[in-house]
Design a protein around this ligand. Structure first.
Ligand SMILES: Nc1ncnc2c1ncn2[C@@H]1O[C@H](COP(=O)(O)OP(=O)(O)OP(=O)(O)O)[C@@H](O)[C@H]1O
Ligand SMILES: [Mg+2]
Length: 330
């Protein structure tokens, strides 16, 4: 079972983008993949994959009701399948009120059962739902979560359930190793949840061409404190197009989605994007990242070959067995 949570403390570190690309890459390695979207904000993974039609309907059954043991239907009916074949439990507005709903449940149950609030397993509810109630390990090879950014109940539930972090970091300032915050956070969580949390790897993301950025990336690659299998370059055009293609970066390139100006308006269409080596290289990096997580962190057996079926072009083959020795650093 492959269970990473893409997480870093700060907002806008490309978490949702990375979760989406990781999910699609794992799927294309031959795995059955489910993603839970725990972020109630606009511009989340649910928006990206164009699912969650009922996310603002207060009466609709949703993940919060299932976590709090008040479901209105089957868990399986929450799952939607994206065009690329990823299963998704979409976000719902109720995720924004998770803690207050949880408090009510705790008040009720602790008074009924005469236990103290401190004894209530408030961070273990998602774990119970996913693995005990729904036994998702029997249906999926990989379950990913795009968590809400704030360190509170939902995030703790996500980490308690999945146990493994992939941490994207953005170059900041003069390129110091600004991971102290993350290490402290992981330490605190381990103590509070009384579990071991694994850090699969750190992924410098949005790395540009400047000397400061290069140095930053090198510093990460040179440290032994954690694995840095790849760095993801600054690829605004490619990643922003994902929101128009409503899918992964693989989809953007294969369907050749491009945003451009036409008669004074911005439009996005498939079949327009030029094929650029640097973007193919970024897809290779994303595939390497998924491969690292699957094989090095979770010891799974996956397909190292990716066929890119690019519209109007010859198929491009990415074979990680050829790039491994030279580029991947465990
Ligand atoms: N490698 C990249 N280079 C440049 N821009 C990127 C890259 N990856 C993603 N982006 C863009 O950055 C923006 C923010 O990305 P994303 O939504 O994934 O961040 P996030 O960490 O999930 O944000 P939040 O904290 O709000 O949940 C998006 O517009 C996305 O297209
Ligand atoms: Mg996000």
């Amino acid at each position: 079972m492959i269970t990473p949570v893409v997480y870093s403390e700060s907002g806008g570190t490309y978490k949702t983008t990375m979760t989406a690309n990781l999910a699609v890459a794992l799927n294309r390695m031959g795995l059955d993949v489910l993603v839970l979207d725990l972020d109630p904000q606009e511009g989340n993974l649910t928006t990206l994959f164009d699912v969650g039609e009922h996310r603002s309907d207060p009466d609709a059954d949703n993940l919060v009701k299932h976590i709090l043991e008040q479901p209105d239907g089957e868990f399986a009916d929450l799952i939607e399948t994206s065009e690329e074949g990823i299963d998704i439990v979409p976000s719902h507005d109720m995720l924004g009120d998770f803690t207050s709903n949880l408090e009510q449940k705790i008040s009720y149950e602790t008074s009924m059962q005469n236990i103290s609030r401190d004894e209530y397993p408030r961070f273990k509810l998602l774990h119970r739902l996913l693995w005990e109630e729904e036994a998702l390990q029997e249906e999926y090879d990989a379950v990913l979560i795009d968590p809400n950014a704030r360190a509170e109940d939902l995030l703790y539930n996500a980490i308690f359930a999945l146990r493994t972090l992939v941490a994207p970091v953005k170059p900041a300032g003069k390129g110091n190793l600004s991971l102290d915050g993350l290490e402290e956070l992981v330490g605190n969580m381990e103590q509070q949840l009384e579990i071991q949390i694994g850090l699969s790897c750190v992924v410098p993301s949005g790395v540009g061409q400047t000397n400061a950025h290069r140095q930053y990336k090198k510093q990460f690659e040179d440290t032994d404190a954690f694995a840095t299998p790849v760095a993801i370059a600054d690829r605004e055009s490619l990643m922003d197009a994902m929101w128009e293609a409503r899918g992964s970066a693989f989809k953007v390139v294969e369907e050749r989605w491009k945003t451009f100006e036409q008669d004074g308006e911005m439009v996005s269409e498939p079949g327009q994007r030029r094929i650029r080596d640097r973007e193919i290289d970024t897809l290779t990096k994303l595939y390497q990242l998924a491969h690292f997580v699957a094989t090095e962190t979770f010891d799974a057996d996956v397909d190292p070959v990716l066929e890119l079926d690019i519209e109007g072009h010859e198929t491009r083959t990415i074979d990680l067995r050829e790039t491994e020795q030279t580029e991947v650093k465990a």
